[in-house]
Ligand binder design. Sequence first.
Ligand SMILES: Cc1cc2nc3c(=O)[nH]c(=O)nc-3n(C[C@H](O)[C@H](O)[C@H](O)COP(=O)(O)O)c2cc1C
Ligand code: SF4
Length: 438
Amino acid sequence: MSSPSRQALAKLTPVLTKRWLSPDAWNIGVYERLDGYTALRKALSAHPDDLIQLMKDSGLRGRGGAGFPTGMKWGFIPQNDGKPHYLVVNADEGEPGTCKDLPLMMADPHSLIEGIVIAAYAIRANFAAIYVRGEAVHAARRLRNAAAEAYARGYLGGDILGSGFDLELVVHSGAGAYICGEETALLDSLEGYRGQPRLRPPFPATHGLYAGPTVVNNVETICSVPYIVLGGSAWWKSMGTEKSPGPKIYSISGRVNNPGQYECALGTTLRELIELAGGMQDGHQLKFWTPGGSSTPMLTAEHLDAPLDFESMMAVGTMLGTTAVQVFSDQDDVVYATYRWIEFYHHESCGKCTPCREGNYWMAHVLRRILSGAGTHEDLDTLLDTCDNLLGRAFCALGDGAASPVMSSIKYFKQDYLDYIEGRKEPYFKASELVGAH
Ligand SMILES: Cc1cc2nc3c(=O)[nH]c(=O)nc-3n(C[C@H](O)[C@H](O)[C@H](O)COP(=O)(O)O)c2cc1C
Ligand code: SF4
């Protein structure tokens, strides 16, 4: 294992993760001793519109995957409309490889609650919900405890800190479906319906939870808010790049020595992240990797020095996504990895639209056929044709995400597919395992 160079260490920017090493930081007393809830006091003395402007000035972009500007999203909420407004925090974290929101909520749940109160005050919402992934029982428990502590201290409930502002917070557990991370499916699920995406427009900003104006933000986005309130927009913009400012929690997994979360300025490269993560495991050479989960097209060793920010990732034909950096080596099978991802999308497809429901079913079958040595050259065309019918043609972005691993693996590693098809590689599955395979 190699030690990170000073240059790579300098990329570490502990802002949202700064309390992670403090014992019991999830306890409200410890949180308060570590500056907790000071941003809330400052925010409650400001005008809500000034807070929205502050978020716009900071350039904060959503950390849930798409990178939408947060201040602009808050600004879309109509004011003085006499309707109840809602803030919903997306804590579903279902994107394969992503592991940043859960550790944030476990280590520092009050930073999320503090961010929620500030965001709700800014958009004039008196009700907020955290939608937690069903399997994350431990996180839901920790959040409920933290919410109870915050109510007892007057940070939640009626007349918060004597400001006249009221906020009720509900921690809601989902049932563990990837599609419920998609914001409109999440809202349906929260309302008690089956989680399936809604037709847009209208958008949640005007017709969200219970058809009221709603902001849906990711956990990491909301956790960034108190720091921006305290540090100011210029400080936030002093990290990262001009169009992708601020720090970001990269979750790195796979063939590295120290997988985990590394908070660095946006624009850090994979080379630097691998160095921070203790280097590649012995005997492994980087072959392919995802910048932000399986829904972001994979890259190769050629892209080691591409900055991991929203623009630079677009420039190399992929997306920053959730910054779930999954590292695969020359000892990993790219065709098999793609197959496993497509099995995931097939399993998680909500079934509402045909391209995704049928396309993922067939792609899983075709990939399994290739891996069993019974594939044909035509199968590659079938896969690409199916992706063509998914990309931009499915009802929601889950369909686009499913096309990513298939299209990018064929783009960079067609030879690996041909090795199975032309018999140079031992089949992964026996032909008999093809029956009923899905
Ligand atoms: C299939 C699918 C799953 C998603 N899962 C999540 C998720 O687990 N967490 C999340 O914050 N956003 C997820 N998103 C993105 C949300 O729809 C939405 O863009 C995000 O919550 C907005 O928050 P932000 O502006 O703070 O990034 C998902 C999108 C899709 C299409
Ligand atoms: S793309 Fe269609 S079937 Fe797939 S999850 Fe979205 S709405 Fe459901």
